[in-house]
Design a protein. Structure first.
Length: 269
């Protein structure tokens, strides 16, 4: 099942590509807050499971999540051209908003139900945020770079475990390769043999090159994202100009009809 079909089934289709530029631009702006909200739900769940989450924050979190969905829905509905289609294809937002009203005001057992609902929200939230993640990974072959780095790290872990006698297991080798590629170097696992040190120098050089590529990829992504925002603003201006042109044509046609009628009345005896 394709991602658009899955989003349609669970009521999270988002803003279609043929909608107004302003709606598409604001839909993109809501992606990052959606990711942060998903991360916060996971952190909150962990803190509550550990028993260190203050109970007084429950209501604040409940209202914050609910108000975010209300804000997103109101903004995007006000910007899209086909409002009924957007609401039909994003019925999950309406369900969350409608269900949240009695839960927020009810308290007691309703509060526990709302916390369960927050965990269920993780799936649609992460599904929405996965679009941004895929865009980042596909931009400038970043996903390929990460896969190559991961494969190199795993291979280096296996090799150093066989090369250096002071590294007892493959897991120690993978840990050493990970911190070395990341240019951290905790020093808890250190190769002692000459072959191990030479191989370590190669891994260090790879780590420096990898992070240079990573920094360049992220920089290029944010630069291109800024260019895309400029293009979207230009597309929005063109959209507005075309809308004004249509209205001017409608006014001109109306004036022509009025002029013809006046001419007809003047021609009558």
């Amino acid at each position: 099942m394709s991602s658009p079909t899955l989003k349609l089934l669970i009521g999270l289709s988002g803003v279609p590509d043929n909608e107004s530029p302003a709606a598409r631009r604001w839909a993109g702006r809501f992606e990052l807050p959606m990711i942060l909200l998903a991360v916060w739900i996971m952190i909150e769940w962990y803190l509550r499971a550990r028993g260190v989450y203050p109970a007084t924050f429950d209501r604040i979190t409940d209202w914050g999540i609910w108000l975010f969905f209300v804000l997103e829905t109101l903004v995007l509905v006000s910007l899209v051209n086909n409002k009924s289609r957007y609401l039909r294809n994003n019925w999950m937002n309406l369900l969350i908003i409608g269900t949240g009203v009695p839960l927020l005001w009810g308290g007691g057992t309703h509060a526990a139900a709302l916390r369960t609902l927050r965990l269920l929200l993780m799936f649609p939230l992460l599904l929405k945020s996965s679009v941004t993640v895929r865009k980042i990974l596909t931009r400038n072959h970043l996903g390929t770079t990460l896969l190559v780095a991961l494969a190199f790290t795993l291979m280096s872990g296996f090799l150093i475990a066989g090369i250096d006698p002071t590294i007892d297991s493959v897991w120690q080798g993978i840990w050493w390769a990970w911190v070395t590629v990341a240019t951290i170097g905790y020093g808890d696992v250190v190769p002692q043999s000459t072959a191990g040190k030479v191989f370590g120098a190669i891994v260090i050089l790879f780590g420096l090159g990898f992070f240079s590529l990573l920094t360049a990829s992220f920089s290029a992504y944010f630069v291109s994202r800024g260019e895309m925002e400029i293009e979207q603003e230009e597309a929005e201006e063109i959209y507005r100009l075309k809308d004004i042109e249509k209205r001017m044509q409608a006014i001109e046609a109306t004036l022509q009809r009025i002029e013809r009628r006046l001419n007809e009345h003047q021609g009558e005896p």
